[in-house]
Design a protein around this ligand. Structure first.
Ligand code: GFB
Length: 338
């Protein structure tokens, strides 16, 4: 398979990873170590962005900063998910051309596509139907960000591109059960259920929705690839091209963690969109492929979770259902795995 030509070499460039403290941003920082670029990382308040850009003058920006969360956080905090993400996108995208930024990559999400889009979802499905209600607020902000990139390209000739990643997971994820995505939630629940000797693990919804999972090291690699090899107005889906039912994911996670009890489904919690498998032929056609198999990725993420139980500030446990979150505890306090 031939790889698309390098249009934008990163060596020698000043590169700002906006959102370097998050799961994707920190994976990008790790991935960019081998690119020979000068990394710029800082937490920027909105009013300080322009002053910071004027001083640091990045050549390229990975716009990975976002307010993110799972189905429950999206569903219960609509104002934050819409406003914060609109402002992050508008503020940085608008400031970038003023300070000579040569290239910007905006990170969207697979939830931008219509709830009932034909599967697998191609990039041209955008704005062809109604959104999934649980994450419409986040989706609208991400659609606006993608459209801003296209508008600035059309009106000002800016080399701004947009990637639409599928559901992500990996080291650095948020394991707080009230706000996390399904993967970290299931890992944390299975771990706790195992060490408490619980008989069952509660899985939200019916377990029937299908989701596609991409490891964060793979998404970081794909984003660096697109920054270097892609320059066009069109969106690019980033995924693995395969999905799994939530019930099967819960079984796989339980197996990896070593929890041998039963699964109990809680239909009072939302299922969300039934399926959102991305068509990744555009990205694979450019010459990029993911490397991490799902089981290996879950094993690696579970190892990270166990190693960080006592230090990750967001890695709080909650009870096996959807109740009260409690402070993270050392593994030794809830039983030794061996
Ligand atoms: O990952 P998730 O929270 O978000 O949920 P979405 C995926 C599926 O897993 C849903 C089920 O069907 C949930 O009902 N699920 C089962 C659980 N058990 C759990 C659990 O303990 N916690 C969670 N969180 N889910 C997100 C959007 O949608 O996708 C974001 O809300 C973003 O905006 C992201 O776009 C990629 O996949 O439904």
């Amino acid at each position: 398979m031939s790889e698309a030509a390098t249009l934008y070499p990163l060596a020698g460039k000043r590169v700002w990873v906006a959102g370097h403290g998050g799961m994707v941003g920190s994976a990008l920082v790790r991935r960019l170590q081998s690119e020979g670029c000068e990394l710029q990382i800082a937490n920027r308040r909105q009013q300080l962005v322009e002053a910071w850009l004027a001083r640091k003058r990045p050549h390229a920006i990975f716009l990975a900063a976002a307010k993110v969360g799972g189905i429950n956080a999206n569903n219960t905090r609509p104002a934050e998910f819409l406003y914060d993400n609109l402002m992050i996108a508008a503020n940085i995208i608008n400031a970038a051309p003023t300070f000579g930024v040569e290239k910007l990559l905006f990170l969207g999400s697979s939830c931008v596509y219509p709830k009932f889009a034909p599967q697998p979802i191609t990039e041209d499905a955008l704005l062809t139907g109604p959104l999934e209600p649980t994450n419409q607020w986040y989706a609208i902000a991400k659609i606006a960000g993608a459209q801003l990139c296209q508008a600035y390209r059309a009106q000002y000739g800016c080399d701004f591109i947009t990637a639409m990643p599928t559901n992500l997971y990996g080291p650095g994820d948020n394991f707080d059960l009230r706000s996390s995505h399904a993967m970290p939630a299931l890992i944390a629940k299975a771990h706790r259920a195992k060490f408490e000797g619980a008989r069952e693990l509660v899985v939200w919804g019916t377990g029937r929705p299908m989701r596609e999972f991409l490891h964060v090291a793979d998404v970081a690699d794909a984003l660096v690839f697109l920054m270097k090899h892609y320059s066009d107005a069109g969106l690019v889906n980033v995924g693995v091209g395969q999905d799994i039912a939530i019930a099967d994911l819960a079984r796989l996670v339980a197996e990896v963690v070593g929890f041998r009890g039963a699964l109990r489904f809680d239909p009072s919690m939302p299922d969300g969109t039934p399926r959102k498998l991305l068509d990744v032929s555009k990205l694979t056609g450019l010459g990029w492929r993911p490397r991490m198999a799902l089981r290996a990725g879950i094993e690696q993420t579970y190892a990270w979770y166990r190693a960080h139980l006592d230090v990750a500030p967001r890695a709080a446990h909650a009870d096996a259902g959807r109740g009260r979150a409690v402070e993270p505890r050392r593994e030794a306090e809830i039983g030794s795995p061996r």
